[in-house]
Write a protein of this length. Structure first.
Length: 132
């Protein structure tokens, strides 16, 4: 695992400079996206985006509404990585900040805007079971 230092993030071999405040993809512990999001929301200077979907699932006692993460085991956080990377990385429910060796990719702001555009204000997209 790469060491968590600003020197590892600031410039990748391609000389891509990471802005001080950016969106990062975080891997959560299995089925802990909502727990991780709650802990991150309590941190000052960290904005969390945990998109979810709601649908009806068949169970042995009949149909039941279910809300799950849109991206299982992943969520997004916007923070100043120089100040908060270690706190975010070791937050309860977080497995790691997604990185590839010494490359720490950021999520473009436009990608977050596009995902938010299909969600309700509470961050949930309802999937209908009706045939159209």
């Amino acid at each position: 695992m790469s060491e968590l230092t600003p020197a590892n993030i600031e410039k990748t071999p391609s000389e891509h400079v990471v802005p001080p405040v950016a969106w990062f993809c975080l891997r959560s512990q299995p089925k802990h996206e909502h727990i991780a999001a709650g802990h991150l929301r309590a941190m000052e200077g960290v904005e969390v985006f945990n998109p979810r979907i709601r649908f009806v699932r068949s169970t042995r006692i009949g149909p039941a509404p279910v809300t799950e993460s849109m991206f299982p085991n992943y969520l997004f956080a916007r923070f100043n990585w120089r100040e908060n990377l270690t706190r975010v990385h070791y937050a309860p429910g977080i497995s790691c900040v997604v990185h590839f060796g010494s490359k720490w990719p950021t999520v473009p702001d436009q990608a977050i805007v596009e995902i938010r555009s299909v969600l309700s204000p509470d961050g949930i997209h309802v999937i209908s079971n009706e045939i159209s």
